[in-house]
Design a protein around this ligand. Structure first.
Ligand code: GLU
Length: 419
């Protein structure tokens, strides 16, 4: 998988510039939104299992708390940079504002390859990271959640470390926890579930027959595998899936349940065999002719050099920032409908918000309620974005940023500036 070196924060801000011009955003608000409120860089020393000390670097960034406590994931990746975390925190602000959730935007990261650490080492790393950023998190300050290479176990360790420091159990400090200690049903699957709802809705609206559409998915993790499963449950035809090392393709469609089982046994996709199935690189996968392309891996996968080869009707962005600005322009020109990340994968933060409410009320919902309420919010948001994009003759991405920016501008105007 190609990782592009571009300044992610600068490129994220370009989208806001375009939306700001379209809606005549107050220049003071624009200036305000182009900076993060605060960022913290921490060193995380841990004793490895072999007795030697290793120091990892970690970050936590609050981009905005204009509309409520900051909200955003925590990722563990060897390539993480402060600018990447700033860009992702910025995206979270627009995601929560677009959905009209009473939350802001944040993100955290630790430069670490989780595959090189034992479970005990990962636990020590997570607990020490939590202690280092403790003044920046809390139910009414900033609420972390899982992101790449972190999961419900990571959240349980953060919740426990935070609670031990405060002297009482505080589940609402993180979302995406195990259900047994205050997590919400449906949260793990939420980004993929939401994407399934959106795709069905879009196809109905635009008169596409979803069951006849060929679907290609890049990334087979928490987002990609769930959306693949969702789509297969309604008899859609997923023709290719991939992970970091490559993927598999079959013109006849793939048996996703079998592939999920294969992965659960610890195997790689590229070793999966079956009738009429061939292995494929990530580059080849992105240029397959299909109807729906779902980039659900990492950032900047669709960029200026491969955008021309993309051959699909709809791109549903499961990952955050999978498309660079230049690629976005090329694809818009080609008439590809791009459902932007801040809308497409927003089922995750939406159900995180439900988890937070459930923790605060100590009253837990059933899966039907979680999915129904999430569906209502994201479908209504899609309609708002779609209508604005038609009215302003712009892309869904710019319309989504414009709606988020308008709400942020209103909050800025009403609150004024301290002191
Ligand atoms: N990491 C997820 C995202 O990028 C979820 C954030 C959250 O639930 O707070 O949207």
């Amino acid at each position: 998988m190609k990782i592009l070196i571009i300044n992610p924060f600068e490129s994220a801000k370009k989208k806001l510039d375009i939306a700001a011009e379209l809606i005549n955003l107050n220049p003071n608000t624009l200036e305000y939104l182009k900076k993060v409120e605060r960022s913290l860089i921490v060193s995380i020393p841990i004793v490895m299992d072999d007795g030697f000390l290793k120091i990892f670097e970690g970050y936590r960034v609050h981009h905005s708390t204009l509309r409520g406590p900051a909200k955003g994931g925590l990722r563990y990746s060897p390539d993480v940079t402060l600018d990447e975390i700033k860009a992702l925190a910025f995206l979270m602000t627009f995601k929560t504002s677009l959905l009209n959730l009473p939350l802001g935007g944040s993100k955290g990261g630790v430069c670490v390859d989780t595959k090189e650490l034992s479970k005990k080492e990962l636990e020590r790393l997570t607990r020490r990271y939590t202690a280092e950023i403790i003044s920046m998190i809390g139910p009414d300050i900033d609420i972390p959640a899982p992101d790449m290479y972190t999961d419900s176990t990571t959240m349980a360790w953060i919740m426990d470390t935070y609670s031990m420091q405060k002297g009482r159990t505080i589940p609402s400090v993180v979302t995406g926890k195990p259900i047994e200690i205050g997590g919400s049903v449906g949260r793990l699957e939420a980004p993929g579930t939401g994407m399934g709802y959106l795709l069905k809705h879009i196809c109905q609206k635009l008169n596409f027959d979803l069951k006849k559409m060929k679907i290609v998915i890049q990334g087979f993790g928490k987002v990609g595998s769930v959306v693949a499963k969702q789509l297969c449950e309604i008899s859609c035809n997923v023709i290719a899936v991939s992970e970091k090392q490559g993927g598999i393709y079959s013109p006849d469609g793939l048996d996703i349940n079998e592939i999920i089982k294969w992965k659960q046994q610890g195997n790689s996709l590229k070793d999966y065999n079956g009738k009429n199935i061939s292995t494929i690189t990530n580059d080849e996968l992105l240029s397959l002719k299909c109807d729906v392309l779902i980039p659900a891996a990492v950032e900047n996968q669709i960029y200026s050099k491969n955008a021309d080869n993309i051959d699909c009707k709809i791109i549903l962005e499961g990952a955050n920032s999978p498309t660079t600005s230049q690629a976005d322009a090329i694809l818009n020109e080609k008439g590809v409908i791009i459902v932007p990340d801040i809308l497409a994968n927003s089922g995750g933060v939406c159900v995180s918000y439900f988890e937070y409410i459930q923790d605060i009320h100590s009253y837990f919902w059933g899966l039907d309620r979680v999915n129904r309420e999430m569906k209502n919010i994201i479908i209504k948001t899609f309609e708002d974005v779609y209508n604005l994009s038609k009215k302003m003759n712009t892309s869904l991405r710019i319309a989504a940023f414009a709606i988020g920016a308008k709400r942020l501008a209103k909050a800025h105007e009403l609150r004024g500036l301290f002191p």
